[in-house]
Design a binder for this molecule. Structure first.
Ligand code: MN
Length: 495
């Protein structure tokens, strides 16, 4: 990841005299300093000289375009700044834009206020002029309103910064497809050319044996070292299996982890898909190996699902370095609990759930897969954290992409499931299971999701808006009547 920074550009004009412009610069420097010292922002804010002419505005935006570390510009109109001067700069600007609608003072200085103060402090006026032109030009941007010292405002800026980094990093996501998609499955398919146009994703297929060669080339010594790490880190759940046979099965996954990671690094891929039905020379379906790679930050999708793999990688990037992160994973809707008052969805996959979402101990089990024709694969098993999270599904509707984002509430399953040999999560979709699932199905959502505790629907939805695709939110405010109308209207808006 790059050491991203955000530029702070204050707008004004030369109508108010040098003294006023000195104050404007002084104030915006103070704001930048305060924001950086708040300890709440994941990335640094860089102060830029006050923008007062077409030339300087255009030059600054073009410098922001070409500066590799700049992930976005934050604009604020301290005074009035005639918005026609922003047109050329905005036309040429290509990175995320945040319009921070703030003002230097918190309170109206009732006793001393005069027309000089009014002219110097007119964000309420100048920011409307600026907002008008951005809207007229149809530019997607974020608007955040409030005083710059208000913690809620700073937290919203912090949240937007992660969206901006997602927008910047989306075009660096490269997905390797190990073999093709699972035959006959609809929802894991999609238009890869359109995905590259919209999101910047590069999605390439390789014959499975080309990656299997990397696995075969891993030395026994490297495998033994990694198996030792597994044995020291995870609970070994033999469940009656022979100890040596168990260890041999685990060692196969260690070889896959090392071989796959070498392949991904050498060829510069950040996400991967596999398919249990096309494993070539691989002895087991990659289970434990993929779980570990996801934990390291790689995206993953099962059965060739490259859209979900890229979304998981995107979420990993957007949450990178987050303090107290609870985790991000590929996930699949499996089985319902329909007992009134206890409704929820048991989430899992055949094997590949990321241990970053684990709550409590993580164990290793070796069990038959009951699908495909390979050895019993080793996998990590655990249950997941509780609390609010989001599950997202990117679908290709033939004429466009739609991102569906559902707020979900994760809870502990009511009882242990000792015979289930996979990692799980259990959640209730908002607003409730029946409405949430009905909405999801009406919106065409997949059974695979990209899941995270660490992003909000707003952050992911803003990313999608920046990509120019349709977003459908399913949350506490969703009603079926409202959703059906929204889908109908979107069909017109996005055709
Ligand atoms: Mn699946």
């Amino acid at each position: 990841m790059k050491n991203y920074k955000f530029w702070f550009a204050t707008g004004s004009q030369d109508l108010y005299g040098d003294e006023c412009l000195e104050h404007v610069a002084e104030h915006s420097k103070k704001i930048v300093e305060y924001l950086n010292q708040s300890g709440l922002l994941p990335y640094e804010v860089v102060w830029k000289p006050t923008l007062i002419t077409n030339e300087l505005i255009r030059k600054t935006f073009n410098e922001a375009n070409s500066d590799e570390e700049c992930a976005g510009v934050i604009t604020w109109m301290h005074t009035f700044s005639p918005a026609k001067s922003w047109i050329l700069g905005l036309q040429e600007y290509r990175k995320p834009l945040l319009h921070l609608h703030t003002q230097f003072n918190v309170e109206i200085p009732y006793d001393t206020i005069d027309m000089d103060f009014m002219n110097e402090n007119q964000s309420a006026h100048g920011d409307r002029e600026f907002g008008h032109i951005v809207t007229r030009m149809g530019i997607e941007r974020k608007v955040i309103v409030g005083h710059w010292m208000d913690e809620k405002v700073i937290r919203r800026i912090a949240s937007w910064m992660r969206t901006a980094v997602g927008i910047m990093e989306s075009s660096h996501i490269r997905v390797v497809r190990v073999a093709d998609n699972m035959r006959n499955v609809a929802v894991t398919e999609g238009d890869k050319v359109e995905a590259q146009i919209k999101f910047g994703w590069e999605i390439d297929a390789y014959p499975v044996n080309e990656i299997a060669e990397y696995v075969q080339d891993v030395s026994q010594a490297d495998i033994d070292t990694l198996v030792e790490e597994y044995y020291s880190k995870y609970d070994i759940l033999l469940e009656g299996r022979d100890e040596k046979e168990f260890r041999d099965h685990v060692a196969v996954q260690a070889g896959i982890e090392i071989g796959f990671e070498r392949f991904l690094k050498e060829k510069n891929y950040q996400a991967i898909v596999t398919h249990f039905g096309d494993l070539g020379a691989l002895k087991q379906l990659p289970g434990l190996a993929i779980q570990r790679l996801m934990e390291k930050g790689y995206g993953f999708g099962g059965e060739g699902d490259w859209k979900t793999a890229a979304m998981v990688r995107l979420m990993k990037v957007m949450t990178e370095g987050m303090k107290d992160a609870k985790g991000t994973s590929f996930m699949e809707d499996y089985t319902y609990n329909l007992v009134p008052g206890k409704e929820g969805i048991l989430e899992a996959h055949m094997l590949e759930v990321c241990p970053s979402i684990a709550d409590g101990p993580v164990g290793i089990k070796v069990q038959p897969l009951s699908m495909g024709d390979r050895e019993d694969p080793a996998r990590l098993v655990f249950t997941s954290k509780t609390g609010p999270a989001i599950a997202a599904s990117l679908v290709d509707l033939g004429t466009r992409f739609r991102l569906i984002i559902n707020n979900v509430d994760c809870r502990k399953p009511e009882k242990p499931m000792p015979k289930l040999p996979v990692a799980t999560a259990f959640w209730t979709p908002q607003p409730d299971l029946a409405t949430g699932a009905e909405s999801w199905i009406l919106a065409g959502g997949a059974h695979h999701t990209a899941f995270t505790y660490d992003l909000t629907a707003e952050q992911l939805g803003d990313w999608a808006a920046a990509m120019g695709i349709e977003v459908v939110y399913i949350d506490k405010d969703t009603t079926i009547r409202g959703l059906k109308n929204e889908l109908r209207w979107n069909a017109v808006a996005f055709r």
